[in-house]
Ligand binder design. Structure first.
Ligand code: GTP
Ligand code: MG
Length: 269
């Protein structure tokens, strides 16, 4: 669609939304990185399609991380249908979620995006939460990071297996004890960052760990900013376990081991 026609189209859509009482902010300055490793089976094209049709100016970069299945082909076919809003970054060799996310974020920084987030490909956190994150990060200029928290509060629809809940609780306890980490849910795969010099600097070097990079990234930002007032924890309204997790028990235990090492090194959050 030509630029003017597209602008008129989105204008009409927004007017219709306003009539229905829905305010849709512009999202042209926002991009979401979706790390994908062997996601061919789980990739929910319909959900992405619906979201992209609704939020006509948001951008997604799908990072294929050396998948061994048809993920790359599937992402490319999908992305070709939304060339203005989506792109695929192909990393031929599997380098882990941390590197995939880092590269995706750097790519979006080079496109001058103001807000960059990452979102698990399984959509355990629904895409509809992205606008909530957007509203929160724009709200007062104080919070430059919004992290999703899967808290089972009354009225919130948080569906997690008991075993995963226990593991996650234990993990967060270790994180609290070793890192003095006060964040309730470090591992939720839905986060949004405002791009500033600190974020750019925090992404320069690869992370030490594939599954603790959320913590490492926050730690780098806290060290640079000298406080943690910039973090906003958003209790998700809904989250659901999606079958087909790529994180094995071995990887999880390894993450706990690495977490202890980080703590022993005196890292503090
Ligand atoms: N780039 C990359 N991404 C990965 C890798 N393994 C998993 N991912 C991605 O990381 C995200 C989360 O993976 P999941 O398998 O859903 O993890 P999970 O065990 O379900 O974790 P929770 O959803 O937090 O319970 C998905 O987008 C995966 O595609 C990997 O080796 N490399
Ligand atoms: Mg998952």
């Amino acid at each position: 669609m030509r630029q003017e026609a597209y602008a008129a189209f989105t204008h009409r859509e927004r007017r219709a939304d306003r009539r229905r009482g829905i305010t849709i902010e512009p999202y042209g300055d926002m991009a979401i990185v979706v790390p994908c490793y062997n996601e061919a089976e789980r990739f929910n094209a319909a959900a992405f399609e619906e979201f992209l049709n609704r939020y006509k100016d948001i951008n997604f970069v799908f990072v294929n991380d050396g998948s061994k299945d048809d993920t790359l082909a599937e992402l490319q076919v999908f992305s070709a249908r939304f060339p203005r809003q989506t792109s695929v970054l192909d990393m031929p060799k599997n380098g882990g979620k941390a590197e995939a996310v880092r590269h995706g974020m750097l790519e979006m920084i080079s496109h001058n995006k103001r807000y960059i987030g990452y979102w698990d490909a399984d959509l355990a956190t629904a895409l509809s939460a992205i606008p909530e994150f957007g509203t929160l990060i724009r709200r007062d200029g104080q919070h430059t990071v919004v992290v999703g928290a899967r808290l089972r509060l009354l009225g919130h629809d948080i569906q997690r297996d008991l075993s995963r809940r226990i593991f996650s609780r234990a993990f967060n306890l270790v994180a609290r004890a070793t890192l003095r980490l006060r964040i309730r849910d470090t591992q939720c795969g839905a986060k949004l960052f405002e791009v500033d010099e600190d974020l750019k600097a925090a992404l320069v070097h690869p992370f030490e760990t594939a599954w603790l990079f959320d913590i490492e990234l926050l730690q780098r930002l806290i060290e640079r900013k000298g406080n943690r007032n910039f973090i906003y924890e958003h209790a998700l309204f809904a989250w659901s376990e999606v079958a087909g997790s790529k994180v094995s028990l071995k990887k999880s235990l390894h993450a706990v081991f690495k977490l202890c090492l980080l703590g022993l090194r005196g890292a503090r959050l």
